[in-house]
Design a protein around this ligand. Structure first.
Ligand code: GDP
Length: 424
């Protein structure tokens, strides 16, 4: 059984919570793309955890967690994240955490380049999380990235490091005028942060293939959402990896396997971190109210998120990109603050009403068309059964199902693990 859990929107949909909940009964949870620019928040009986690199299955005793070959791993960050979790009593061993030998390594110079470029761009910046993700994926495709498998023998890396550093300094020192990077510091870095991870490093493709043959259940956990996908998102304001479900078997190292189920996590309203077009965006007091109600501040960066009502146009596109068989609708409880709930049902582009998500270049010219539906205006955070939800909340769910042509199976009404209702 292969299931993916992915984001329908711009990220921050609550994937961590849903993976934590739905991974019960799964044997493997695998991250397959991106790096520590994610911030998956999980709240359960063990406490509150923010996971950047580790799969959300790490909080379950019997789950084997995998960082797949499609990921970019900041080894210092990973070491610190493992340390933070261990301090809270989470067991992390080479048995329950496996790291792909093919995953690329985010180096300090990638983080540096990310910051130097964002600063150079000033008010034209992309709104990068400044965690080095774009520079390291760029190096991957230049075939100049280091991979986890190389950490098994850092001394042999010196010559290769010299060549890469020489090339890197053309940009770091030559372009940006920053102090150059040295091969010695690269190798020393690998010894400090890489060697201690060596017992976790393996061919995760082989591991997952064997697990699948043995009838084990595998869950793939995406980072960010469809609209941040490098190919299908709001390029260039996207992440640098493939966030879509179809990429999960590839980024996990099992490209020959097909998903049995794609579960899309979709938020009951819209949020977006960073720059780029966000058609349904609220401003001023309207935005303040929704941001405060939803606590919309980035888990990885603390940045206030841009907010708006549910966007049918963008979400329908996200559902299509993710091939979502089932939807988990999250944060429905936040809309309890409203007597009437606005929904963006179409865009106006150059005087025409459109309902299909356009080529991203046209988004700057799109204006939102809002409709209003009746709210329930009462606390639903304690509801645990479909029958306990107010009629208007059920009507809102049906409205979204119809508008987006999707199948909403789960509804989350709070951050805690049990604050979720299975509708079907
Ligand atoms: P992710 O990156 O998709 O995992 O999402 P984030 O962790 O960035 O953001 C989701 C935030 O909403 C976290 O703080 C979660 O604890 C919280 N959350 C998730 N689902 C719900 C929900 O249904 N209701 C409420 N109130 N909070 C939720």
């Amino acid at each position: 059984m292969l299931t993916s859990i992915c984001g329908i929107n711009w990220g921050d949909e609550g994937k961590g919570k849903m993976v934590d909940l739905l991974s019960e009964g799964y044997d493997y949870v695998c991250r397959y793309q991106g790096g520590n620019n994610a911030g998956h928040t999980v709240i359960n009986e063990r406490g509150k955890f923010i996971l950047n690199l580790l799969p959300s299955g790490i909080l379950r005793e019997n789950v084997v967690n995998v960082l797949g070959p499609g990921m970019a791993i900041d080894i210092r960050h990973l070491t610190e994240e493992i340390g933070r979790l261990r301090e809270k009593g989470v067991k992390i061993t080479p048995e329950n955490l496996k790291i792909s030998d093919r995953a690329i390594i985010t180096m300090p110079y990638h983080v540096l380049l990310d910051c130097l470029e964002e600063d150079r761009l000033a008010d034209q910046k992309f709104g990068s999380t400044r965690r080095g993700i774009a520079p390291v994926y760029a190096d991957k495709y230049m075939k100049k990235a280091f991979r986890m498998g190389e950490l098994l023998d850092p001394d042999s890396l010196f010559e290769r490091a010299k060549g890469i550093v020489e090339w890197k300094n053309l940009t770091v020192a030559g372009g940006y005028g920053h102090a150059p990077v040295t091969a010695e510091e690269v190798v020393a870095y690998f010894k400090t942060y890489g060697l201690p991870l060596k017992d976790h490093i393996c061919d995760t493709g082989l591991l997952l293939d064997r697990a699948n043959r043995a009838g084990k259940k595998i869950m793939f956990e995406a980072q960010l959402g469809a609209l941040r996908d490098i190919d299908f998102g709001i390029y260039p304001y996207t992440s640098s990896s493939s966030t879509i479900a179809a990429y999960a078997p590839i980024g996990a190292g099992v490209p020959h396997l097909k998903l049995d189920k794609s579960i899309g996590v979709m938020k009951a309203y819209s949020t977006c971190v960073g720059e780029g077009p966000f058609t349904a965006e609220y401003f001023g007091e309207k935005a303040e109210k929704l941001r405060a109600a939803g606590g919309e501040y980035g888990a990885a960066t603390g940045r206030p998120r841009r907010v708006g009502p549910f966007d049918v146009v963008a979400s329908s596109y996200g559902i299509r990109c993710q091939g979502a068989d089932e939807i988990a609708l999250t944060k429905l409880d936040i809309l309890s603050a409203y007597e009437e709930i606005e929904v963006c049902t179409a865009y106006e582009l150059d005087g025409k009403i459109i309902r299909e998500f356009p080529y991203p270049g046209a988004l700057d010219r799109c204006k939102p068309v809002f409709e209003k539906v009746k709210g329930w205006h009462t606390d639903i955070s304690k509801c645990r059964k479909k029958e306990q939800l107010p009629r208007e909340a059920l009507a809102y769910i049906s409205y979204l199902e119809e508008a987006c042509g999707c199948n909403i199976v789960y509804v989350a009404v709070g951050a805690e693990r049990d604050a979720c209702i299975k509708l079907k």
